[in-house]
Ligand binder design. Structure first.
Ligand SMILES: Cc1cc2nc3c(=O)[nH]c(=O)nc-3n(C[C@H](O)[C@H](O)[C@H](O)COP(=O)(O)OP(=O)(O)OC[C@H]3O[C@@H](n4cnc5c(N)ncnc54)[C@H](O)[C@@H]3O)c2cc1C
Length: 373
């Protein structure tokens, strides 16, 4: 494990230096989880850092998911632009390996592993975020295709993505709304897909995706027809294990510590470091449960919630300790390489993206503590 983490660390440090010269400022805005870089993603694929635990026959290295988590922590620590990676590999790639047909896996996993295929995730809609089961994007079966129309919003990396992982309604008459949903994958060049990006407070971009009579072949269904709710929940479990954010927080702590002299503040930083360690352990537990095929939602939500709340506290405390200088952006005489300012901006969305903090608490209460609905 330590060898893989050390190799990932060396790779990420060198790629980070390379991207500093080759990439635009936009790639480094916000936290690494908001930044995008196709150059960086391709380099990760070429270097064997995509799908570390995926089977060798599909382009992986056959190591364990804990090795992957350790590597992802180092990617975050070295501030690599990771949005495309987190969607395509950590979230959708892992879900495809568990839930897609062998044919679809053979078609999509190898190009992800080589860093050639970036996915975006079209779940949220203007009227369906926390209440995802109320989504209205409609997919009607016509022969060998689904014809899809609807409107997705807050779609990260859609401006860059090659394919989309799409939650659609295939049975509008199902008794429970959850029972009428399916998941499809589609090439973003399919006629009828229109992407409109917009800037975010975090510094990155999000997109609206408009779907107008988009024809998607039926063999691009992931999991069972009308069985998409299970696929969505499993996919979110992967998304919510945020090892990369543990790395991000450790980096900010490492850069803050030499600048803080007040003993009370130093103690606060030590406490926050302890909480980052706890968050890392939540992530490892969820990773092990996912690997074992055991129920992992409560553990994944604990990992996500602990990291998101800690990101906001660390940003607040860091700015209190450094004063306004802590808010200086990257490249403007900043004391912590602009990372604290980036964290402060992007952490606001950390308790919203991937499911809000309230929804994580609900999942923990219902699935972890068996509280009534
Ligand atoms: C940076 C970022 C990136 C994102 N990327 C993507 C992406 O790539 N793909 C994608 O599909 N979506 C993405 N999202 C969307 C994200 O998943 C949704 O914003 C999130 O699920 C919340 O949905 P909503 O915005 O509709 O808020 P709402 O669901 O309207 O919630 C508003 C408020 O009400 C609270 N609330 C709602 N229901 C309950 C309840 N039952 N109990 C208690 N409180 C409740 C929420 O916690 C929240 O505080 C992204 C969001 C952000 C911020």
């Amino acid at each position: 494990m330590d060898n893989v983490a050390a190799a990932a660390d060396a790779f990420a440090e060198s790629l980070s230096r390379r991207l500093e010269t080759e990439e635009t400022e936009e790639a480094f805005q916000g936290m690494p989880s908001d930044g995008d870089s196709r150059v960086g993603y391709e380099a990760m694929g070429a270097g064997g850092w995509i799908g570390v635990h995926w089977p060798e026959r599909l382009g992986g290295r056959d190591l364990t998911p804990l090795h992957t988590a350790a590597a992802e922590e180092r990617f975050g620590y070295h501030w690599l632009p990771l949005s495309g990676y987190l969607l395509s590999v950590k979230t959708i790639g892992n879900a495809l390996l568990r839930l897609a047909s062998p044919a679809l896996q053979e078609r999509l996993i190898p190009p992800i592993a080589t860093g050639q295929l970036i996915f975006c995730q079209g779940f949220s809609e203007p009227g369906a975020g926390s209440d995802l089961a109320s989504l209205t994007t409609r997919a009607e079966r016509q022969g060998n295709t689904f014809v899809v129309s609807g409107h997705k919003i807050w779609t990260s990396s859609a401006q860059l993505a090659d394919w989309i992982y799409l939650a659609v309604r295939t049975d509008p008459d199902a008794k429970r709304p959850q029972d009428g949903i399916s998941v499809l994958v589609a090439d973003m060049r399919t006629p009828g897909i229109d992407v409109q990006p917009f800037a975010t407070l975090g510094g990155g971009q999000l997109c609206e995706v408009f779907l107008d009579d988009v024809e998607i072949p039926v063999d691009q269904l992931v999991g069972e027809l009308h069985g998409g709710w299970r696929v969505l929940m499993a996919t979110l479990d992967y998304e919510r294990v945020t090892s990369e954010k543990v790395g991000i927080l450790l980096r900010v702590l490492d850069e803050l510590e030499p600048l803080v002299e007040n003993p009370a503040d130093r103690l606060t930083l030590l406490r926050l470091r302890g909480e980052a360690e706890a968050s890392r352990l939540h992530g490892r537990r969820a990773t092990q449960l996912l690997e074992a095929g055991a129920p992992a939602s409560a553990a994944a939500s604990m990992a996500k919630l602990s990291c998101a709340v800690l990101a906001q506290r660390l940003a607040d405390e860091g700015i209190r300790m450094l004063g306004p200088a802590g808010l200086t952006e990257r490249g403007h005489g900043d004391r912590v390489h602009g990372r604290l300012a980036a964290l402060a901006r992007a952490a606001v969305g950390a308790t919203i993206s991937g499911g809000s903090a309230e929804i994580q608490r609900r999942v923990i209460a219902r699935r972890g503590l068996e509280c009534p609905a």
